[in-house]
Design a protein around this ligand. Structure first.
Ligand SMILES: Cc1cc2nc3c(=O)[nH]c(=O)nc-3n(C[C@H](O)[C@H](O)[C@H](O)COP(=O)(O)O)c2cc1C
Ligand SMILES: Nc1ncnc2c1ncn2[C@@H]1O[C@H](COP(=O)(O)OP(=O)(O)O)[C@@H](O)[C@H]1O
Length: 313
């Protein structure tokens, strides 16, 4: 389990280790390679593996109108980093003073003084310091001068393209869940709170928990199969994202989850959803009965897809 440590509360347990600085949004397969490499070095030093991230993302301060929704919330990021072998996630509260440090000041203050790093692992496209003024060569010379071991990880590729959080965001925004899963190494997960809808779901035999306050990227409109996680229970789920054109003409986007093989009260509870497969687009049906027939077919096909993905795993 990765412990989240705000930089100002750092203790000796998280110092003198091997660090890797990044945003780690999604904690995809490329990040996993960095962490594995850091773990090998940390093993030799007998120190901790320390991921270092800025929260919020620097772009949220520098270009607030251009920030994309994130793939993961902080605790989820820590959980996934932990699965790859990270001991600590040190969180730097992003502020203008920090963003104004030159590359040399950034290295002296963060890497050497505060983290007392013995090793550092980064990709060749790593930039740091004010206006991204320091690159991997700058880092190499600062590490050489400071006696910090630097290991440069080769960027991970898939179909000859680099694996990146931006690429995964684009796939999820387009509803392409299978390729997104293969770049992430795990399904995309959202979380939210269950609120009241108009109470129509129960009447048609398919109650749906309506999710609100979602703080990560929501896939494009349509019908999906996946899993709903409530407390320590996990249920197969049919997910609908979009308006309800069969019943009204309002374009309001709803995120609705029908849990298969479940009956209970979910109002006001926190629910997480893992997306496995996309089934179809949202459409208008001529009658509620036609929608219900389609929902039954959707659920059959979701059960088959989930069974297939479980047997592959
Ligand atoms: C798997 C699934 C697929 C759905 N597909 C559609 C659809 O294609 N068109 C549509 O109008 N509503 C669709 N719905 C949404 C229903 O209209 C909606 O769940 C129902 O109106 C209940 O709304 P309520 O939770 O606000 O009571 C779908 C719901 C689920 C669970
Ligand atoms: N299998 C299930 N899947 C989803 N919600 C369920 C299920 N069984 C019971 N519920 C409850 O029913 C509610 C949804 O019923 P619904 O008639 O669609 O009402 P609403 O319009 O308020 O969402 C959920 O919020 C949850 O409390």
């Amino acid at each position: 389990m990765t412990k989240i440590v705000p930089l100002e509360e750092i203790t000796d347990a998280a110092r003198h280790g091997v660090i890797t600085i990044g945003n780690f949004d999604g904690v995809h397969k490329g990040h996993a390679v960095l962490i594995r490499q850091a773990k090998r070095m940390a093993h030799a030093f007998d120190g901790p593996v320390v991921a270092v991230a800025f929260d919020p993302h620097p772009a949220a301060i520098l270009r607030p109108d251009q920030v994309p929704p994130t793939l993961t919330w902080l605790e989820r990021r820590a959980e996934l980093l932990g699965e790859h072998g990270t001991d600590f996630l040190v969180v730097i509260p992003t502020n203008k003073t920090f963003l104004n440090l030159s590359a040399t000041e950034f290295f002296a203050s963060l890497v050497q003084q505060q983290l007392a790093a013995r090793g550092i692992v980064e990709g060749p496209n790593f930039f740091f310091g004010r206006n991204r003024g320091g690159d991997i060569q700058t880092l190499q010379s600062l590490c050489d001068e400071g006696g910090v071991e630097l290991s440069i990880a080769q960027p991970s590729r898939d179909s000859d393209l680099m694996i990146s959080s931006t690429r995964i965001r684009d796939l999820i925004s387009a509803g392409n869940m299978n390729p997104a899963i293969s770049l992430l190494g795990h399904p995309h997960r959202i979380r939210g709170k269950v609120a009241h809808g108009v109470g129509r779901g129960k009447k048609i035999g398919f109650p749906t928990a309506n999710l609100h306050d979602i703080d990560v990227l929501v896939p494009s409109d349509g019908v999906y199969g996946g899993y709903a996680i409530v407390g320590d229970e996990r249920h197969k789920a049919a997910i609908h994202i979009g308006p309800n054109p069969t019943f009204d003409d309002q374009p309001d986007l709803k995120i609705e989850i029908h849990l298969l093989d479940y009956n209970g009260d979910l109002y006001d509870r926190e629910l997480m959803v893992d997306f496995i497969t996309r089934v179809r687009d949202t459409r208008r049906f001529d009658s509620p009965e036609q929608l219900v027939s389609q929902l039954k077919r959707d659920i059959e096909s979701i059960r088959i897809s989930l069974f297939q993905s479980e047997s592959k795993a």
